[in-house]
Design a binder for this molecule. Structure first.
Ligand SMILES: [Zn+2]
Length: 180
């Protein structure tokens, strides 16, 4: 049931990701590989907007789209741009532990009260806003979501390599996910 696969040396990287920008991402972030020089992006990273995550990657290495929960469903034009114009052939989709987009309904009252107190919203607008958008942005479970989102992206962009990964905020490392 444990689908997380730690990467502590280059042999841990799944063979399909070795010699690809996904393997390089894991080497830079987890294994301390020295930064190489890039003049063009090699990769598109989709990751959560959460403030607890910082990737160790070289300059110019990657496009990064940050959204709640690494959900790229509403960022498709930007994904297409990175592929068509940016020339990337790989996408790393990085979910993370303790993600705020899991079980949004538990933070409903905090969300509404926060908009009222901090942003000056009317309570009714804030309630409507939450009710309208929470179902679109709820991801359920970090790992399941990133696996299903990777499958969706592979169908949408069949020639692009898509790797689902998990960032553990507990140790700030990236993990591969075993797909069944
Ligand atoms: Zn998150």
């Amino acid at each position: 049931m444990n689908r997380l696969v730690p990467v502590t040396n280059t042999e841990d990287v799944f063979s399909e990701y070795r010699n690809s920008p996904i393997g390089l991402l894991l080497e830079y972030h987890n294994l301390g590989r020295a930064p190489d020089v890039y003049t063009a992006a090699q990769l598109l990273i989709g990751m959560c907007m959460d403030n607890r995550k910082h990737l160790r990657i070289p300059d110019n290495f990657s496009f990064i789209i940050r959204t709640g929960g690494a959900n790229l469903r509403y960022s498709e034009f930007k994904v297409s741009y990175a592929i068509a114009v940016g020339g990337v052939k790989s996408i790393a989709l990085i979910g993370h532990t303790q993600c705020g987009m899991v079980n949004l309904v538990a933070r409903r009252n905090q969300f509404i009260q926060g908009l009222v107190d901090s942003a000056g919203w009317d309570k009714e607008w804030a309630e409507e806003h939450f009710m309208h958008f929470a179902p679109m942005f709820e991801i359920g479970n970090e790992t399941d979501f990133v696996l299903s989102e990777a499958k969706r992206l592979r169908l949408r962009y069949p020639k692009i390599q898509v790797a689902p990964l998990l960032y553990r905020v507990e140790d700030n490392l990236l993990y591969l996910l075993r797909e069944t």
